[in-house]
Design a protein around this ligand. Structure first.
Ligand code: IMP
Ligand code: MG
Length: 180
């Protein structure tokens, strides 16, 4: 599909699945080299990162890895509210561990900054960030991104896990909002 309509808005295809998949395969191979031999705890940030995390894990096939899920939200509609809330807590012990956060997209960077702080506070030995997408022009805070799939413009997108008011997460391609 080249165009989709979600609620009142039109979106057009901007990143086909083939490109997304290629980026994830490259990330997986870089990450495997760095992380093989470590007992890594991957944290998938729900809801947005579910597709990315699934594909990355399948491509990486890391030996001593564990994966867990954390639910946060900082978005209302298509504008960042800047408020990060932890909705589902973490049950795993993180003290002294290598934690790798799996995120769909880094926009202002506030979410990742807060997540890193929370894990450091819980005693993680190191916290790394792996994000499928990154909007460099939108970044507002100083946050180190260890692994980035694709850099994209600061336009609002949906698909491959990303939503507009809860819809659009199910598409395998990524679509950009058509400006009226
Ligand atoms: P940040 O805290 O501003 O970096 O926002 C990160 C979160 O905002 C991501 O985890 C997404 O859930 C959401 N987000 C940022 N940009 C977009 C977008 O273009 N479409 C959908 N959600 C987005
Ligand atoms: Mg997210």
């Amino acid at each position: 599909m080249n165009r989709i309509k979600l609620w009142d808005k039109e979106f057009e295809i901007s990143l086909p699945y083939t490109e997304i998949h290629k980026a994830i395969k490259e990330m997986a191979s870089n990450m495997k080299q760095d992380l093989e031999g470590k007992e890594v705890l991957f944290i998938c940030i729900l809801n947005g990162a579910f597709m990315f995390a699934s594909e990355l894990m399948k491509e990486m096939e890391l030996t001593d890895a564990e994966i867990s899920f954390l639910k946060l939200t900082s978005y209302v509609g298509s504008e960042s509210s800047g408020v990060v809330k932890e909705l589902i807590g973490l049950n795993e012990e993180v003290t002294g561990r290598t934690v790798v956060i799996l995120e769909d997209i880094v926009d202002t960077g506030h979410t990742m900054q807060e997540v890193i702080e929370q894990f450091k506070h819980k005693g993680a030995k190191e916290v790394k960030i792996a994000t499928l997408l990154y909007k460099p022009d939108a970044l507002k805070v100083d946050v180190k991104l260890d692994y980035v799939g694709l850099e994209i413009p600061s336009d609002f997108i949906v698909g491959f896990g990303l939503d507009y008011n809860r819809r659009g997460r199910n598409f395998k391609d990524i679509y950009t909002l058509v400006k009226e």
